[in-house]
Structures are given as structure tokens and as C-alpha cells.
Design a protein around this ligand. Structure first.
Ligand SMILES: [Zn+2]
Length: 261
């Protein structure tokens, strides 16, 4: 796995971890992408790296040790635990309380279970060579309407739909969001490899269009996660002003985890 900050001067708000073996067999992976907060006060004394480290640590531990819980139940419990770790002065009802996107995968001899919430991605490579992306489409569905608005109104429109009915959902302080995640199970014998990507790494496909998800998986398998991130950095540097490939940040935190069975 590899995880690199968009800027060496700003702490990485992505989080990646793997447990091998989890509960004596199989394993688990967790990738989180912390949501960069606005410059104004969000009513919390904790920053995003604090949040993703807490949530990610709890989620990996629960995924490995509590195989009686589904991935959604593990996420709900991890959010609950992290919410309890905030202080009395933290306003957990603030719309921009520390929060993150989530990818979780857990496997044993019989199955691969997965969960995706918001705009990080999981790729599942089958033993037949097919690559299936697991994506939470909610934010993408809002883009056509958002794009038609002037930039200031666009931000307000999207922020109004953050963790709101009909909008898109991130892991923040409300455990019930876990049941909004995209989840599924695949027979373990049908899976050859998994890749979890924050959108900073997924932009190789989604923004720079250097290849589809199957091509991205091929790069990962041939060259490894560090090389994928380096390729993203090269594409970003070749379009510094975002003129050819418009994007929110010139460089974003980028994380890729590859699991080969
Ligand atoms: Zn706090």
C-alpha cells in the first residue's frame, strides 16, 4: 500500500491499514479519505487526521475481531466509538464535524465482504480477469445539477446535501449512516485481487482518463501502489492550472491498497 499527501506541508488526511491475518484467518483492509474542512470554525477541537486515525483504527480492529458483525455494523460501532472520543466542547451536530469516506473489505476462506461509502473506490478483480468497480454513486449523481450553477451557489448546493436525505453521505458522528453504504459479498474463490483507492488515486481513471478501472488495476498489479500514485502526480504536474483536467485540488492526498490472494 501507499499513501501520500497532496502537499508535503499539509498533513495527509487519508488513512490506510491492513490486518493479516484477522482473527486467525483471512484479513481486512480499511481506506478512509478525510473531508478537508472549511477554513471557518466547525465546532470541534479535533482535526481530520485525528478523526481518520481514530475511525480507521476502530474499524480495522472491529472488522478483524468481530466477525459476528457485518461490515455495516462494524462501521456503525466505529463511528459511535469515535464520537465518544470527542470532548465536551465538540459540536457533533455541525455539518462539517470531522468526517471521511470509507472503503472496507474483509475476507476469509469462503467470502469477501465489502463496504463503500462516498467517493472512494473498491476494485474487485475476478479469477476470470474481470475488474468490477464498487462505487457509491450518490455524489456523482448530484454533479449534473451542481455543474449548471455558478461556483458559489454550487458549493452551497452540495453542502446542503451533505449527510442529508436525497444527498450524499460520509462517516461523521452519526452511526446510522453506516446503513447507507454500498455493501456486498463475493465468493472468495471468485476473487483474485482487491484494490482500495481514495479519490486522489482514483483520479488516474476518473479525472485524467489514463485508462478505465481495469487498466488502473493492471498498473497496480504490474507496478504497485507507489507507482500508481507517482503516475497521478505526473499527470497533475503536467496540468498545474487544471485547464485541461478541471479538479477541486491541483494535488490531492492519494492512497492505494492492493491485496493479491
Ligand atoms: Zn472533537
Amino acid at each position: 500500500m501507499a499513501s501520500e499527501p497532496g502537499s508535503p506541508r499539509v498533513p495527509n488526511e487519508d488513512y490506510a491499514s491492513v490486518a493479516l491475518p484477522a482473527a486467525g484467518r483471512g484479513g481486512a483492509l480499511v481506506v478512509l479519505d478525510g473531508v478537508t474542512p472549511p477554513p471557518e470554525d466547525v465546532g470541534c477541537e479535533h482535526d481530520v487526521p485525528w478523526y481518520v486515525t481514530r475511525l480507521g483504527g476502530a474499524l480495522l480492529e472491529l472488522s478483524g475481531s468481530r466477525r459476528d458483525l457485518t461490515p455495516s455494523q462494524c462501521l456503525a460501532e466505529a463511528i459511535e466509538r469515535t464520537a465518544r472520543a470527542h470532548g465536551p466542547r465538540c459540536d457533533l451536530s455541525h455539518a462539517r464535524t470531522p468526517q471521511a469516506t470509507v472503503v472496507l473489505a474483509r475476507w476469509d476462506e469462503s467470502a469477501v465482504e465489502y463496504l463503500v461509502l462516498s467517493d472512494s473506490a473498491l476494485l474487485v478483480e475476478g479469477t476470470d480477469g474481470s475488474v468490477t468497480p464498487v462505487l457509491d454513486p450518490r455524489l456523482d449523481r448530484l454533479w449534473p445539477a451542481a455543474r449548471a450553477l455558478p461556483p458559489v451557489e454550487r458549493v452551497a448546493y452540495l453542502e446542503g446535501l451533505r449527510n442529508a436525505e436525497g444527498g450524499f453521505f460520509t462517516a461523521a458522528a452519526d452511526p446510522s449512516v453506516a446503513h447507507r453504504a454500498v455493501t456486498g459479498t463475493v465468493p472468495r474463490e471468485e476473487v483474485r485481487a482487491l484494490a482500495a483507492l481514495s479519490d486522489g488515486a482514483g483520479r488516474w481513471t476518473e479525472i485524467f482518463r489514463l485508462g478505465d478501472w481495469a487498466a488502473l488495476m493492471a498498473v497496480l498489479r504490474a507496478e504497485g501502489p507507489r507507482s500508481l500514485v507517482a503516475r497521478v502526480r505526473a499527470a497533475e504536474s503536467a496540468d498545474r492550472d487544471g485547464a485541461t483536467f478541471p479538479r477541486g485540488k491541483v494535488h490531492d492526498d492519494a492512497t492505494a491498497v492492493l491485496v493479491e490472494f
